[in-house]
Design a protein around this ligand. Sequence first.
Ligand code: GDP
Length: 429
Amino acid sequence: MPAAVVTGTQWGDEGKGKIVDLLAADADVVVRFHGGNNAGHTLVVDGQKTVLNLVPAGVLHPGRICVMGPGMVIDPEVLVGEIDALRRRGYLGDDRWLRISEQAHLIMPYHRAIDRARERLRGPGNIGTTGRGIGPAYEDKMARTGIRVGDLFDEGGFRDALERNLREKNAYLQALLGEPALSFDDIHERYRGYRERLRPFAADTTAELRAAFAAGRRVLFEGAQGALLDVDHGTYPFVTSSSTLAGAASAGAGVPPRAIGRVVGIAKAYTTRVGSGPFPSELADALGDRLRADGDEYGATTGRPRRCGWFDAVVVRHAIALSGVDGLALTKLDVLTGIDPLRVCVAYELDGKRREFPPGTQGAWERVRPVYEELPGWRENLGAARALTDLPPDARRYVDRLSALVGAPVMLLSIGPQREQTIRLVDIF
Ligand code: GDP
């Protein structure tokens, strides 16, 4: 299989960073194809924690080509900071290991200002955006007023586009959002600096990927967020502003759907979500607090506490169907140690009817009730397990039951943050 996609099957934060880092060892190229620095991966290698927001998680394997594809929105300030931090730790030893699409859109300071001001004005009913300007940058992309990475290298064109956009954004910021105007000179000067910093990496990544496929390179597509945050298929409007499904890898990176051989869905052994929106299996009690503490469920990007709850098979089943998931990487099984009994949401009840898949409208999402099944828990620490047979029988039963409920085999099982705390059942490539 020359290419695989890794995609989140819940509301994001499934532990994709660790899984991509692991699989990247067998890949030649690792590609991000959507989103921006609203995604935050936490990786632990040799006991050292690295948080990546933009650069693909393959970067911790020297020599891998990391591609930031056309479907992304990139905040150059954050990217430059991330490149510097990686360099300080000895990564990214060669400029050719990072390729940034000239077609990816730039997040501008006015995007961040608009994002934050809107979220503040919405008050308690907010969407829970990360305030990083991702949504407003995608709005401009779709309105065809966005500024792209390649535009940085056209001095006159960049100046004109910035002038035009800033006139409009400043009027909006001042008149409607009650914010101060932003300075053209300040932004212009800063982005000139980013132009020089990003010049070595900017590339026609679509052509480079085509060449990589032609040469038989193994390509790993790294999804961000999760299926239920997909702008079309998630819990709209409490979603992200891009498509998060496996299919988006094709459009966002510029490769044909047929080029992608395998789809790996990442699912956490329980459920979390950050920010507002429906969450039928939420535990708003001491058990939820325990999951948050034991699973360290705080946003990698924002530090926000995550809402925690039981594994929701309806959600993961939906994600598997949407993305054509071939198998699951199940993470954080170790966090459930000591909780007995365990519950799993196997279906929803909506207006007196049982359903195996979620509804499509916000109103219906608010009315669904979880249908639970109980399973025995286990007390043993799982962190040292290296094979399925090392797991206590009740932990194996739990994994098998989840797999049966969602209709996909488990390819990989993660029982701790370290690379070696992983049980691999199937080779991905
Ligand atoms: P991502 O954005 O999908 O990568 O998710 P997060 O940023 O929430 O990363 C998951 C967090 O859990 C990171 O701190 C990982 O080091 C950690 N982690 C990943 N897999 C496991 C696991 O199997 N067990 C435990 N205890 N922690 C894990």
